[in-house]
Structures are given as C-alpha cells and as structure tokens.
Design a protein. Structure first.
Length: 245
C-alpha cells in the first residue's frame, strides 16, 4: 500500500471511532452549545500550540457561528516562536490573566483543546472556568493523556476536570504512519479529527436551535455574491462584543 494511502486509511479508522464511540458526547456538547446560544451567552475555544488552530476553525468561517470567541494568546501560539510556545504552555499562572482579558462569565461555555491534556495552562484554565461557573468541554486524546502524568501541580488532567469529554480517538504521540527506514511515526490526526468533531457539534446545535424556533446567526462565504453584505452586517452588530472580529 502506498504510504499516503496508509495515512488516509488510518484517518478513516479514527473517523469511524469518532462516529461510533463519540456520538453521545458530540450530542451532549451540541445540546450545551444550543442552550448557550439560546441563553445569549458566549462560546469560547482555547488551545495552545497546534491546538490553537482549532480555536480558529470555528471562528469567522463560511457557515460558521457568529457567536464564537477564540482565545488567541500569542506566546502560546506558533507564529512568534514555536519552540517557546511549548515551554509557555507548561507554565501555570496564565489562566487568570487570559480569563479577565476575554471577559468570560458564569453560564458561558468553553471548549479547551489539548491533545495531551496534561500541561499547566490548559489545566489551570479548566479549573478556573469551573470555579467561575462556566460549562467546560474538553477536546483531547484519551489514549495519549493516560499514557503520561499530569504536569500540573494538582496532578489532574484536563479530561478529569471537564463536564463533557470529547476524544479525538488518536494514538499516543498523535503521529500515526510508519515509514520503513524512518525512526518514529509521521503525520498526526488530531487537527483534522478535532475539526470534524467541532463542526459536527455546530451542525447538531444549529439543528436543535432551529427545531425550537431559534435562528442561529452564521457567516456566509465572503467569496460568493452577497456574502460581504451579510458578513458586514454581522461584523457591525457584534464587533464590540466579539474579540478579534
């Protein structure tokens, strides 16, 4: 089998696991999303390193919810210094500053994304959000997270704090393809699997809202006729409420 087909086959297996194993958790998360939207509260997404990309996945997208608040903290992302972000995500103490800066409130919902679920910042954020009355969902890799110890002083992992746990069904280390003559595996699945899970939640949440007569605002593609007009109206309406918009 061609190596690229091995990767595709591995990812298909991940998707099949998500479809069967994670269906109840996706439905729980969708119900929580719908409740949050209908209550006029906010949905936050927070991840560090590559996981921050999933915070952006739902933000300002064609067909994406308007009420999405990505938590984008530059030292924890990759574009300034990827290697430094690895060190920064292990430091405890960021969470309170981030929480205050983004105006998170009781009744809001946050998805915290971390493949390992063991580093200081994400565990701190989950503990703080629970304390402050937010609904906490985590998107993680359970096989990976239980393969190692927590790096947080509490000894807790992200999945042990969250109200709802979503497993991206990846393998330990995330990379999944072996190539003869190459030491270690290549090609991860967590980002693609995470995007699938998040968009599945949105699809179900919007359907729940629609069946209850609540119309969820969402963006159009800016590259189709009329898209700019739709999006500009939404931006004008929410630019003071939604950070980064």
């Amino acid at each position: 089998m061609k190596t690229y087909l091995k990767y595709i086959e591995n990812f298909k297996n991940v998707v099949e696991k998500i479809e069967t194993k994670e269906a109840p958790n996706i439905e729980k998360a969708a119900k929580l999303f719908s409740d949050t939207l209908m209550a006029g509260k906010k949905i936050f997404l927070f991840g560090t390193g590559h996981s921050h990309m999933l915070s952006e996945e739902l933000f300002y997208r064609a067909g994406g919810l308007v009420n999405i608040q990505p938590v984008l903290v530059e030292p924890l992302m990759l574009h300034i210094s990827a290697s430094q972000s690895t060190l920064e995500e292990r430091i405890e103490g960021y969470a309170e500053r981030i929480f205050a800066d983004y105006g998170m409130c009781e009744g809001d919902t946050i998805i915290i994304i971390s493949n390992s679920g063991r580093n200081g910042v994400v565990v701190d954020m989950a503990l703080l959000c629970k304390e402050k009355g937010l609904n906490v969902i985590c998107l993680t890799n359970l096989e990976h997270t239980y393969a190692g110890q927590s790096r947080h002083k509490s000894g807790k992992r992200l999945c042990e704090i969250a109200d709802i746990v979503l497993d991206n069904c990846g393998c330990v280390g995330d990379a999944c393809v072996e190539v003869e003559g190459v030491e270690g595996k290549i090609c991860p699945t967590s980002t693609s699997a995470g995007a699938l899970i998040l968009n599945a939640i949105v699809a179900e949440a919007v359907d729940i809202c629609a069946k209850k007569g609540f119309v969820v605002e969402h963006f159009a593609s800016s590259n189709v006729d009329g898209g700019d007009e739709i999006n500009n109206r939404l931006i004008e309406k929410y630019k003071k409420e939604i950070k980064h918009l």
